[in-house]
Design a protein around this ligand. Sequence first.
Ligand SMILES: Cc1cc2nc3c(=O)[nH]c(=O)nc-3n(C[C@H](O)[C@H](O)[C@H](O)COP(=O)(O)O)c2cc1C
Length: 158
Amino acid sequence: MKTAVVYYSLEGDTKFVAEKIAEKLSADLIELKCVKAYPTGKVSKFFWGGKSVTFGEKPELIPYNFNADDYDVVIIGSPVWASKYAPPLKTFFMENDISDKKLGFFVCCAGGKIDKCFAEMKRDAKHESAATLRLVDPLKKQSPENDAEIDKFCERLS
Ligand SMILES: Cc1cc2nc3c(=O)[nH]c(=O)nc-3n(C[C@H](O)[C@H](O)[C@H](O)COP(=O)(O)O)c2cc1C
């Protein structure tokens, strides 16, 4: 089975987990980056990121190397923004049909509710996920418990 890990990360947490998953599953790693990058300033990131997710924006992505036909399993990773998944993934879902793949969704948050995240990922990927994972700021708060959760997630997708 060929696996891709597709993710967006503003501050490194989602990237940290995506790299771990890709290594464990020997998967291709595809990082999405926006043509117009979101700011990382303490206040500006919440203002611009919050506005973008609230208005349902689909920001233009820098060209990335992903062909759905090449993969059996697609794992999607995103930070949680205003209880939703981040807009660059919205662009990815619009540009790619992954509805016939085995899917895994993981999100990184600061501890808030993520009710809408997996439901909206499922809606926009047009397919149910085989596994989901929620981690709280996993780069800043590394722990053996997080590693165990990542292992369990990978087992369900291997
Ligand atoms: C615009 C914005 C909105 C956010 N909204 C939430 C939220 O609703 N709930 C939450 O728990 N964390 C929220 N966060 C925190 C991030 O989801 C969290 O720090 C995550 O681990 C960051 O992932 P990254 O380092 O890959 O960007 C928000 C962060 C940003 C920048």
